[in-house]
Design a protein around this ligand. Structure first.
Ligand SMILES: C[S@@+](CC[C@H](N)C(=O)[O-])C[C@H]1O[C@@H](n2cnc3c(N)ncnc32)[C@H](O)[C@@H]1O
Length: 192
């Protein structure tokens, strides 16, 4: 989907993914793991920045990246209003060269937002933007839909695509927004 497609949805306020709060699974993950080293985090397809702000609240150095100028503007506004610090940049996660490498990447409704035939590009981008030994935490949307976005996936597809280059630390069913209960699965991967 093009930059124009996503930006117009934000401009028309047609953003059904926007829940006004961070992914419950992410909040639980960070709460359950106070031992994680506080490095840099990239949130690709960050939207208005709820997840990025949670990583910031937990003490990480966060960059949100989104292809839609309106999303980046909203993310900056909301972050300033919350008196939090996070950097938000405009760009195409799939195709851009990373300006820096990150210790962590957090995925939430970006993988399901891109065209399924771009998924190879997505896996390559996660590899490219992560430091050696970096970690990738994903909330994947396991729905059957083929007429997205969102486009569904399965646990089998995720494992098949990511396990050649990442080691699976753990995967589990997270707490979700009410209308996604039972439809999400979290994966915690380590590069290499
Ligand atoms: C379904 S929305 C989810 C936004 C946010 N993750 C959330 O859950 O609220 C998908 C987001 O990915 C962004 N996006 C789509 N393709 C992208 C790409 N290639 N690079 C960066 N962002 C992208 C869109 O602009 C949109 O903000």
């Amino acid at each position: 989907m093009s930059q124009k497609y996503w930006d117009e949805l934000y401009k028309k306020n047609e953003t059904p993914w926007e829940k006004g709060e961070a992914s419950p699974g992410l909040v639980d993950f960070l709460t359950a793991h106070p031992e994680l080293s506080r490095g840099t985090v990239l949130v690709p397809g960050c939207g208005t920045g709820h997840d990025a702000r949670v990583w910031a609240k937990f003490g990480f150095t966060v960059t949100g990246y989104d292809i839609a100028p309106s999303a980046v503007a909203l993310a900056k506004e909301k972050t300033a209003a919350a008196f939090l610090t996070a950097d938000f940049k405009l760009g195409d996660f799939l195709r851009d060269e990373p300006p820096q490498l990150f210790d962590w990447i957090f995925e939430h409704t970006c993988f399901c937002a891109i065209q399924p035939d771009e998924r190879e590009l997505y896996v390559a981008a996660v590899q490219r933007w992560l430091k050696p030994g970096g970690q990738y935490v994903a909330v994947n949307y396991l729905i059957p839909d083929t007429d997205g976005p969102p486009f569904g996936t399965t646990r089998e597809e995720i494992v098949e695509r990511f396990s050649p280059v990442f080691t699976l630390v753990e995967d589990w069913v997270p707490r979700s927004y009410e209308n996604r209960t039972g439809l999400e699965r979290m994966f915690w991967w380590k590069k290499g």
